[in-house]
Design a protein around this ligand. Structure first.
Ligand SMILES: [Zn+2]
Ligand SMILES: [Zn+2]
Length: 396
């Protein structure tokens, strides 16, 4: 959404100069973004919404692979608008083509490429991505009057026309999610209406809707989060990048959908998305469901409790918390014992550092200490931060 200056790199792409993928790509991807696996599942980093010159983007598909590889992603999907052509004079209409080019580029990387498309009418049900489609050219966009360099819909598209691409996507076994559900400016007359319309309810019942983008273009969408919770949808965070992603996220990492998979494959991702085992990662925030978020927080930490003394007499317990993830956890600590010098229990567990907390007022021998952390940048609901409880054995 943000206007971007034409950088030399972007210019090079537009001019078709191409980009080289790094020789070592794929070898140590985990060094780039450090996030833990959770018990029973591997954590994959995905971005399932982006565009290239094959619809309204400004880069070549191989460039998306270059970016994804550099950003340490495990999976991407290039989701061209099936109802818009940005360069009809230069590029032949073929909505499978950008996926094919991306797949060829992916061979030099460790990034999985999932075929996807964006179905983007400007009226209800608005934009959705369909992942795991097999032939994008088969999705009909008959609600359009003209999609060449402009976006003109028919005056009164029928529900049948609007739903036709969804039915075809479902026939091809797609996983479908609602993109950026608050772009009301397309449809000014509908201000104030429920963005989860009757048509969405119908789509949900018919198996045409499975997820929702809680973060798009790096922006957290409260309504989408509420929607995800209310309708039990898979939650996703995607870039929806049209230009050069390194400039857009020059102050942070790109938004990512964390997918907790049983196996690192396209099938593994599909299974996890269907079972809603995802989390949304943007800036220093995580949004997910309690079970996965509690496991993720615990898997990020190595916690040790060591008995010690202060002023050579007063027994204390020192809690050493090593945070092995990239996320600075902002916590409020609680315990039956008192934390020394920690007003309101507030502390940030800095990434890749050990934070030491001291528990005092120890009147009896304790084999283990119960600890409770409210983690303010991990949301398990639109109004609720994660509360994680652990019991740590005390070492002499
Ligand atoms: Zn677009
Ligand atoms: Zn869109």
């Amino acid at each position: 959404m943000k206007p971007t200056k034409l950088t030399p790199l972007l210019l090079a792409c537009l001019l078709g100069l191409g980009t080289e993928l790094s020789a070592q790509s794929g070898s140590k991807k985990d060094e780039k973004v450090k996030l833990p696996d959770i018990p029973g599942y591997q954590t994959l980093k995905g971005d399932f919404h982006m565009h290239t010159v094959f619809s309204d983007g400004h880069v070549w598909p191989s460039f998306r692979l270059y970016e994804a590889d550099r950003d340490g992603l495990d999976a991407i999907s290039i989701t061209e608008h099936i109802d818009y052509e940005g360069y009809p004079d230069e590029i032949r209409k073929d909505y499978n083509k950008s996926h094919q080019i991306a797949t060829e580029s992916a061979a030099k990387t460790n990034v999985l490429v999932i075929q996807g498309v964006e179905i983007s009418p400007r009226v209800t049900p608005y934009h959705h991505n369909a992942l795991f489609v097999k032939d994008a050219n088969k999705l009909p966009a008959d609600y359009m009057k003209d999609g060449k360099k402009k976006f003109v819909m028919k005056d009164s598209p029928t529900e049948k026309q609007l739903l036709a691409p969804f039915w075809e996507a479902r026939k091809q076994g797609a996983f479908i999610f609602y993109n950026h559900p608050n772009y009301r400016w397309w449809d000014k007359d509908r201000y104030g209406l429920d963005l989860f319309s009757d048509l969405h309810r119908k789509m949900l019942e018919e198996g045409l809707l499975h997820g929702v983008e809680v973060v798009n273009s790096g922006i957290y969408n409260l309504e989408a989060h509420r929607m995800g919770e209310k309708y039990n949808l898979t939650m996703l965070a995607n870039s929806d990048e049209h230009r050069d992603i390194s400039y857009t996220y020059r102050h942070s990492h790109r938004p990512m959908t964390l997918v907790f998979v049983k196996e690192r494959s396209e099938e593994g991702i599909r299974e996890a998305l269907q079972e809603r085992r995802t989390a949304v990662y943007f800036d220093d925030y995580l949004v997910g469901r309690e079970k996965e978020m509690d496991a993720f927080f615990k898997a990020s930490l190595e916690v040790k409790a060591v008995k010690s003394t202060q002023r050579n007499v007063e027994p204390v317990i020192q809690i050493h918390m090593q945070n092995n993830s990239d996320i600075p956890y902002e916590v409020v600590c609680q315990s039956d014992l008192d934390f020394k010098n920690l007003p309101l229990g507030r502390v940030t567990l800095q990434p890749h550092e050990t934070t030491t907390l001291t528990l005092t007022t120890l009147w009896q021998e304790l084999p283990e200490v119960p600890l409770r952390f409210e983690v303010h940048n991990v949301l398990i609901s639109p109004e609720k931060a994660l509360v994680s409880e652990l019991r740590v054995k005390v070492m002499e």
